[in-house]
Design a protein around this ligand. Structure first.
Ligand SMILES: Cc1cc2nc3c(=O)[nH]c(=O)nc-3n(C[C@H](O)[C@H](O)[C@H](O)COP(=O)(O)OP(=O)(O)OC[C@H]3O[C@@H](n4cnc5c(N)ncnc54)[C@H](O)[C@@H]3O)c2cc1C
Length: 558
C-alpha cells in the first residue's frame, strides 16, 4: 500500500495545478491513466478568457458568463473565476507559455461567442498544448510524484471521510491501495458517453462515476454542451476561434443564416444557440446532403488562416481533404463539454470530507446551463490553484487514514477484476459501448422529448443488464486495455443514466438542454441545480438552489 498526504486523480491542467500548489508543503502524488501530456487539456485549441484590455472588466466577463449560463451558474463562483482570470494567464505566461502577441507586444485576444469584448488569450490554435506543457514542467520542478498509466478504480471511504483510492497499474495488472488524507478528482469530462464527440477516447468520466458510487451526488448532468462546429465525418473540433477570426456560417442557399437566430451576435452567439440554429437549418432542409452546413474562412485570406488557425487548416487537410484557404469547411454540432459533474462548492469540497473535485469533472457550478468558450481552460487554472489552497488548509488538521479499509478495498477490487477477466464468453464491451453511444447521440442530443428520453432510459438500463455478461476476450494481466475499456464502459453507463434522468426530470428548456415538449425556460420550477444520487443500484433526483447575486435573472437574447 502507498501512503500520501494527498492524491490527485488526473494530470490535465486542473490536476497539475492543484498538485503544484500542494507540493510546496505536502507529499502529493498524481495518478493518471495516460501520460500527463496526453491528458485532454492538450487538445484545447481556441484560448483562455481573461478581462485584460483597458475597456474590459471582470464584471463584464462575469455578466457574460452568467447570461451565457442561462442564469444557472452560481454567481459567487463566477465572480471568483473572473476576478482571478488575469492572474492565471499572467502566471502561466511567466512560467513559459508563448501566447500570440499584438503588434505592440501585448498578449493578443480574440472575440469568442457570447463575450462583450475580445477577451480570449490564445497561442495560435494550440492553446491547451502550450499551457499543458508549461504546467507539467512546473509540476516536475515542484517535485510532484507521478504514477503514469495508473487507472483509479474506486474511492475508499472511512466513515464520513475519504481514506484513499484503489488503482490498477496498467503495466503490471496489479491493484494497489493508496491511503491519503485528501483526494482530489480532476479526471475531466465524460464526452465519450456519446459517439459524435470532440473528446478523446479517454474522456470517460471515471472520476464522476467513482464519486457517484461512493455516495457523492452529481450535479446538472443533463447540461451537455454540443459544439456547433465539428468536422463532418470525424467530429474533430473546429475551434470557435475560427468564427472569432471572422468565419461565416452558410447554408446550402449560401445564406448567413445566423441572422435569423441571433441578429446582433451572428456567428458569435453562445454555443447552445449556434448549435440549435445549425440543427434547425439541417432539419428544415437547408443543410448540405441533409447533414451539415458550411463554415467559410476563405474571405479571411491565406495569411491570416496560416498565422492564426494553422492547426485547423491541418485538420481540414488531413481529415477532410480540403484546404480552408480555398474551400469552405463542412461542419455540424457534436458533443463537446460536460457542464455537469461532481457536486462541489467554490472550494471544491464535496459532501464527503477530504474529497475534492476540480476542472471539467467538477460542477461548482461556474458554467450553469451553457459554458462560454475559453472559460474552461480558465476554470482549470483558477480553481486548480484555489482548490489546492483549500486542500492545504484542510490537511493542516486532517487525521491520518487507517490502512485496513484501503487494503480491504484493494482486495475487493482485485476480486471484481478477476471475475471480469474470467468471463470468456459473452458480449464484447465494444458492442455495448456502440449501443450506448448510439442511444445518446440519437435520443439525448441537441433537441430532446419525453418520449425519446424514456426510450433512452429503458435502453441504457437494458445495456446495463447485458453488461453483467460482458466478455473481455483476453485475460492477460499486463497492459490489458480491454480491461481498462470495460471499466470505463461500466462508469459511462452510470453517467448515461444520470444524464437521461436529469434531462427527463427537467421539464423546461434552458441553455444546452432543449426540450421540444417544454420549449420555454421555467424559472419558477427549475431555477435550480439537479442532483443525482446513487444508493445501491437505485438513482434518485433532487434539487438545490442556485446562488444568485448581482445579475438579475432575465430573458436571454443576443
Ligand atoms: C477538442 C477540444 C478543444 C477545447 N478547446 C478549449 C479552448 O480553446 N478553451 C477552453 O477554455 N476550453 C477548451 N476545451 C475544454 C478544455 O480543454 C477542458 O475542459 C479542460 O482541458 C479539462 O481539463 P481537466 O484538467 O479538467 O481534465 P483533462 O485535461 O481531461 O484531464 C483528465 C485527466 O484525468 C485522468 N484520468 C481520467 N480518468 C482516470 C482514471 N480512472 N484514473 C486515473 N486517471 C484518470 C486522465 O489521464 C487525465 O490526466 C476544449 C475541449 C476539447 C475537447
Amino acid at each position: 500500500m502507498y501512503e500520501y498526504d494527498a492524491i490527485v486523480v488526473g494530470a490535465g491542467l486542473s490536476g497539475l495545478r492543484v498538485a503544484i500548489e500542494l507540493a510546496e508543503h505536502y507529499e502529493v502524488a498524481v495518478l493518471s491513466k495516460v501520460h500527463p501530456l496526453r491528458s485532454h487539456s492538450v487538445a484545447a485549441q481556441g484560448g483562455i478568457n481573461a478581462a485584460m484590455s483597458e475597456n474590459d472588466s471582470w464584471e463584464s466577463h462575469a455578466f457574460d458568463t452568467v447570461k451565457g449560463s442561462d442564469y444557472l451558474a452560481d454567481q459567487d463562483v463566477v465572480e471568483v473565476l473572473t476576478k482571478n482570470a488575469p492572474l492565471a494567464v499572467i502566471e502561466n505566461e511567466r512560467w513559459g507559455t508563448a501566447f500570440s502577441r499584438t503588434e505592440d507586444g501585448k498578449i493578443a485576444q480574440r472575440p469568442f461567442g457570447g463575450a462583450a469584448f475580445p477577451r480570449t488569450c490564445y497561442a495560435a490554435d494550440r492553446t491547451g498544448h502550450n499551457l499543458l506543457h508549461t504546467t507539467y514542467e512546473q509540476a516536475l520542478r515542484h517535485g510532484v510524484q507521478f504514477f503514469d498509466e495508473w487507472f483509479v478504480t474506486s474511492l475508499v471511504r472511512q466513515g464520513d471521510r475519504i481514506g484513499g483510492v484503489t488503482a490498477l497499474d496498467i503495466a503490471t495488472g496489479a491493484i494497489h491501495g493508496f491511503a491519503a488524507r485528501a483526494v482530489v478528482i480532476a479526471t475531466g469530462g465524460f464526452g465519450r458517453v456519446y459517439g459524435h464527440s470532440t473528446n478523446a477516447l479517454i474522456n470517460t468520466g471515471d472520476g464522476c462515476a467513482i464519486a457517484l458510487r461512493a455516495g457523492v451526488p452529481l450535479k446538472d448532468m443533463e447540461f451537455v454542451q454540443f459544439h456547433p462546429t465539428t468536422l463532418y465525418g470525424s467530429s474533430i473540433l473546429i475551434t470557435e476561434g475560427a468564427r472569432g477570426e471572422g468565419g461565416y456560417l452558410l447554408n446550402k442557399d449560401n445564406e448567413r443564416f445566423m441572422k435569423r437566430y441571433a441578429p446582433d451576435k451572428m456567428e458569435l452567439a453562445p454555443r447552445d444557440i449556434v448549435a440549435r440554429a445549425i440543427r434547425t437549418e439541417v432539419l428544415e432542409g437547408r443543410g448540405f446532403e441533409g447533414q451539415y452546413v458550411h463554415l467559410d474562412l476563405r474571405h479571411l485570406g491565406a495569411e491570416k488562416i496560416k498565422e492564426r488557425l494553422p492547426g485547423i487548416r491541418e485538420i481540414c487537410m488531413h481529415f477532410a481533404g480540403i484546404d480552408p484557404i480555398e474551400e469552405p469547411i463542412p461542419v455540424l454540432p457534436g458533443q463537446h463539454y460536460s457542464m455537469g459533474g461532481i457536486d462541489c462548492n467554490v472550494h471544491g469540497e464535496t459532501v464527503l470530507k477530504g474529497l475534492y473535485a476540480v476542472g471539467e469533472a467538477a460542477c461548482m457550478s461556474v458554467h450553469g446551463a451553457n459554458r462560454l468558450g475559453g472559460n474552461s481552460l480558465l476554470e482549470t487554472l483558477v480553481f486548480g490553484r484555489l482548490v489546492g489552497q483549500a486542500v492545504s488548509k484542510y490537511l493542516e488538521a486532517a487525521p491520518k487514514p487507517q490502512a485496513a479499509p484501503v487494503d480491504e478495498a484493494a482486495f475487493t477490487v482485485r476480486q471484481d477484476l478477476q471475475h471480469l477477466l474470467m468471463h470468456d464468453r459473452g458480449e464484447t464491451p465494444a458492442q455495448l459501448r456502440e449501443i450506448m453511444q448510439h442511444v445518446m447521440d440519437e435520443m439525448v442530443g441537441v433537441f430532446r422529448t419525453k418520449k425519446e428520453l424514456e426510450t433512452a432510459l429503458r435502453e441504457i438500463r437494458v445495456v446495463k443488464k447485458r453488461f453483467v455478461n460482458v466478455s473481455l476476450g483476453r485475460s492477460d494481466e499486463r497492459f490489458n486495455y480491454a480491461l481498462v475499456r470495460t471499466l470505463e464502459l461500466r462508469n459511462m453507463l452510470d453517467l448515461a443514466e444520470s444524464i437521461i434522468l436529469g434531462a427527463l426530470s427537467r421539464e423546461e428548456s434552458r441553455g444546452a438542454h432543449w426540450r421540444l415538449d417544454f420549449p420555454h425556460r421555467d424559472d419558477e420550477r427549475f431555477l435550480k441545480h439537479t442532483l443525482i444520487t446513487k444508493t445501491d443500484d437505485t438513482f434518485s433526483v433532487s434539487y438545490k438552489d442556485v446562488n444568485l447575486g448581482k445579475f438579475e435573472v432575465k430573458e436571454r437574447s443576443y
